[in-house]
Design a protein around this ligand. Structure first.
Ligand code: SF4
Ligand code: SF4
Length: 94
């Protein structure tokens, strides 16, 4: 499952993950499809493009990056937001 960028990235957004991503699937808020009023000041991973290489998680200085199935309960809304940012629907696993 893809990686998700959560709350600690907000207002940090230093780009360390983006610089390392081998498939360039980490985007600035203004590069997503989200309307300006729904954009948060954080990076967004395109879940369809992510190859789950793990590089971004290790690079993040604030622990904002999780595998989708490991996102803490309090930050679940970030999972849906990541999919919505690219016009995708979240795949709900049973
Ligand atoms: S896991 Fe790898 S491919 Fe996916 S966003 Fe992170 S660096 Fe990019
Ligand atoms: S490395 Fe972490 S804090 Fe920096 S932009 Fe990526 S997710 Fe945000």
């Amino acid at each position: 499952m893809p990686y998700i960028i959560t709350e600690p990235c907000i207002d940090v957004i230093d780009g360390a993950c983006r610089d390392l991503c081998p498939v360039n699937c980490i985007y600035l808020p203004q590069e997503t499809r989200l309307p300006r009023e729904h954009q948060r000041n954080k990076m967004y991973v395109n879940p369809e493009e992510c190859i789950e290489c793990d590089a971004c998680r290790d690079a993040c200085p604030v622990g904002a990056v999780y595998r989708e199935e490991q996102v803490p309960e309090a930050w679940q809304s970030y999972v849906a937001a990541e999919y919505a940012a690219f016009g995708l629907r979240q795949n709900v696993q049973s």
